[in-house]
Design a protein around this ligand. Structure first.
Ligand SMILES: C[S@@+](CC[C@H](N)C(=O)[O-])C[C@H]1O[C@@H](n2cnc3c(N)ncnc32)[C@H](O)[C@@H]1O
Length: 242
């Protein structure tokens, strides 16, 4: 995926860290609601470190991602956090955290086997009595095909605008597709247009709950909204038994 590869330095113009304060606050409250004394957190698929840039005020964060370019970007935003290269399906750090957090990156688990492997990774890194949070963009029940757009102007003269188009060509399988049309402006250069195609996972809530249970967690579901205009987003809150 080019957004996390050769275009990674543009990521904060696609989605800006400062826009994540309210959302990250919800995740902090869910973690501390489940485990008031939580202090350590591992994020799988931490990307540009947008959520982490807020969560690091409350937790000592270890951030992992499969993309070296995204880790570089996050390191610049979150120099005080530990960064680790690794695939969320196979990462094994040999230590456990009070909390494990997997935000929208879990959307790249496109098969049940991939999702199962990621949940096992999360379990292996959650200490007994700890909590893990999983925030897929959609479940099968909440998916809605559609478009959205956005982008930002950077302080360095670069600007980005995008159109994001989500479709589900085969509603009987475990994936949907997202096409990004991205326009890049940089000083002294002709504008560039890039197309990036992502295949993302879509699982019914009962599959999530079953796989979380199989992994060893005690799962529950949180559907709180951030505000009146906000679409309800399913968050799976999973306790590792003591
Ligand atoms: C949308 S970004 C995550 C942004 C993040 N939620 C934030 O707060 O900045 C998605 C990330 O998932 C990562 N990713 C995709 N597949 C992965 C895998 N198998 N293991 C670890 N990271 C993965 C990508 O490299 C990318 O950095």
């Amino acid at each position: 995926m080019r957004l996390y590869g050769d275009l990674a330095t543009w990521f904060h113009l696609l989605t800006a860290p400062e826009d994540y304060a309210a959302e990250a606050g919800r995740y902090r409250d869910l973690i501390l609601g489940a485990l008031p004394d939580a202090t350590t957190l591992l994020e799988l698929g931490s990307g540009g470190g947008n959520n982490a840039s807020h969560l690091k005020a409350d937790f000592a964060c270890t951030l992992s991602d499969v993309s070296p370019q995204m880790l570089d970007l996050s390191r610049r935003l979150n120099p005080e956090c530990e960064h680790v290269l690794g695939d969320m399906r196979t990462l094994r750090l040999g230590r456990a955290f009070d909390a494990v957090f997997v935000h929208d990156a879990i959307t790249y688990m496109a098969t049940e086997d991939d999702l199962r492997d990621c949940l096992r990774t999360a379990f292996a890194h959650t200490r007994p009595g700890g909590v893990a949070l999983f925030v897929p963009d959609f479940t099968r029940e909440t998916f809605a095909a559609g478009t959205s757009h956005g982008g930002h102007d950077g302080a360095d003269g670069r600007s980005l605008r995008y159109l994001e188009w989500s479709t589900d060509p085969d509603p009987s399988d475990t994936t949907y597709e997202v096409d990004y049309a991205v326009v890049l402006h940089e000083p002294g250069q002709e504008p560039r247009v890039v197309h990036d195609h992502h295949v993302e996972g879509l699982f019914p809530e009962h599959t999530w709950l079953h796989l979380l249970d199989q992994a060893g967690f005690e799962p529950s579901v949180d559907r709180a909204k951030l505000g009146e205009d906000d679409m309800s987003q399913t968050v799976f809150v999973a306790r590792r038994p003591s």
